[in-house]
Design a protein around this ligand. Structure first.
Ligand code: XMP
Length: 512
């Protein structure tokens, strides 16, 4: 633990735990997630200004469900219990928790009917996000009810004198109105935590951790040119300097000019003093993709080819090396913390199997969300053109070409995408992600009095914060028609341009 005032998030298995920590950091207060059974002496540290119990999938009265020593309520720290955490607080202090007749899932109307420090400057009626079946039926002694819903009488309760607060709903998700304000009230007003956390602190902490972990070994840093791996590389440079060898594997499925742009930022002439290697492997990737139509098969081939290329890179390093990757927190959710089915086997380098012959992994950004990574990127002096870059999938344009990937299709997508990006930049619209893709459809058109039989380009632009759900961006008709005109005129092999109006779900953002 670092010497800085902090809020500890005690993990009882809920799905929003990282989000809670992220919210606390949003107030510039350091936050650390610890397992629920962590030693109380650690929690008693004077730097711990408050504790948050997270939600979790269990019932507090079930055998073996996660719990904590009751003495935690005696160490004098303010505690906020959320969902399971609220029920646990009630249970341990002598209240009663049971299964409700009706569960509450999703947005629910909350009536604030008691005074609480955490509801300071919060409206009396609001919509909150609930996800529970159990509820607190009887409050422990010394607690009063502070909010209810129509089916959950004790939706919030507290012992204000002891600074113990409990909410059945989730203030950390954006669906809860003024949830951020409630957390801010807890962190800044009740706990009085100092706002000392910023990128400089994060960077210094990580430099120390990286040095300790890696020692004198070399680190191979997988660079894709995206924000996450670029920030990872910059952080490694600051931590280890000469020990870092970056590999940028150009799989020939990058956007137009992108390979050269990555090289310009990190290569020999850049301000970074990293060993930078660009492996041009377009022929290898495209060769292996020839004749393959099925999306999952394409992804698997690309993943395997990445591994082969990194294996090749490792041969140059005596005494082994660590592998550094730009994995960020949402990548970890997608690769298995969540309970969802495999929609797509995500393959960035973050998807590399762990049995690769590396000494270990270095993933310094794995607790951060995208916007936090961007802040760190700016702090490390990366240019806005890189830091603000929209996400680009590891398998590159293969996810934007329906069916078989061929050099001709790659050329078409690159050129069409370039035009789309140029016009979006001019228009001032800022979708979270936007690109041109190639449908596998050919249709009849007429070009210069002649029949044509060419491909259709699909334009996709979406607004989203988390990339888990997305809405199509409202792009003015004039911009769309200008892009369509330019594409059919300037890109050989295209006679039709379509706009994808679908939300995610049911569609995904990429086409494959
Ligand atoms: P989908 O298409 O699943 O995309 O709605 C959600 C976000 O993830 C990106 N994406 C990937 N990123 N490796 C990555 O690094 C992948 O295999 C991959 N597939 C999709 C996509 O660009 C969008 O931002």
């Amino acid at each position: 633990m670092c010497a800085m005032e902090k809020i500890i998030v005690l993990d009882f298995g809920g799905q929003y735990n990282q989000l809670i920590a992220r919210r606390v950091r949003q107030f510039k207060v350091y936050s650390e997630i610890l397992a629920f059974n962590h030693d109380l002496s650690v929690l008693s540290d004077p730097d711990v200004k408050g504790i948050i119990f997270t939600g979790g999938p269990n019932s507090v009265y079930a055998e073996g469900s996660p719990t904590i020593d009751k003495k935690i309520f005696e160490i004098g720290k303010p505690i906020l219990g959320i969902c399971y955490g609220a029920q646990l607080m009630a249970h341990l202090l002598g209240g009663e928790v049971g299964t409700a007749e009706k569960g509450e899932y999703g947005p629910v109307g909350l009536h604030i009917n008691g005074k609480s420090d955490i509801f300071e400057s919060v409206n009396k009626e609001l919509s909150v996000f609930m996800s529970h079946r159990d509820q607190v039926n009887k409050l422990p002694e010394g607690f009063t009810r502070t909010a209810s819903t129509d089916t959950c009488p004790n939706a919030a309760f507290s012992n204000e004198a002891k600074h113990l607060y409990a909410v059945q709903f989730h203030p950390e998700v954006t669906h809860t109105e003024q949830g951020l304000k409630m957390l801010e009230n807890f962190v800044l007003n009740v706990c009085g935590a100092k706002q000392e956390w910023d990128s400089s602190y994060f960077v210094n902490k990580k430099i120390k951790e990286i040095k300790e972990k890696v020692g004198d070994h070399k680190v191979i840093c997988a660079l894709s040119g995206g924000v996450d791996s670029a920030v990872t590389a910059a952080l490694l440079e600051k931590s280890l300097g000469d020990q870092v060898i970056c590999y940028f594997i150009d799989h020939g499925l990058m956007r137009k000019n992108e390979g050269d742009e990555v090289e310009a930022v990190f290569g020999e002439k850049s301000r970074f003093k990293l060993h930078f290697n660009r492996l041009n492997k377009g022929d290898l990737f495209l060769g292996r993709l020839a004749g393959v139509n099925e999306p999952e098969k394409k992804r698997k081939i690309i993943g395997k080819t990445f591994i082969d290329c990194f294996g090749e890179a490792l041969k140059d390093v005596a005494n082994g090396a660590y592998l550094a990757q730009g994995t960020i927190y949402p990548d970890r959710v997608e690769s298995g913390l969540g309970a969802s089915a495999t929609i797509k086997s995500h393959h960035n380098v973050g998807g590399l199997p762990k049995d690769l012959p590396f000494i270990g992994l270095v993933e310094p950004l794995d607790e951060l969300f995208k916007d936090e990574v961007r802040e760190v990127g700016y702090y490390l002096g990366l240019p806005a053109s890189l830091v603000e870059r929209q996400p680009f999938p590891g398998p590159g344009l293969a996810t934007r070409i329906v069916g078989e990937v061929t050099p001709e299709k790659v050329r078409i997508v690159q050129e069409a995408d370039y035009i789309f990006r140029e016009e979006i930049a001019k228009s001032g619209i800022k979708p979270a992600q936007y690109f041109a893709a190639l449908s596998n459809m050919k249709s009849v058109g007429v070009k210069g009095d002649e029949r044509s039989y060419d491909y259709s380009v699909v334009l996709r632009a979406v607004d989203t914060d988390d990339f888990m759900t997305a809405k199509p961006t409202k792009i003015p008709y004039e911009v769309l028609t200008l892009v369509a005109d330019r594409i059919v005129n300037e890109v050989r092999g295209v006679n039709r341009v379509l706009f994808d109006f679908t939300t995610k779900p049911p569609a995904t953002i990429e086409l494959e």
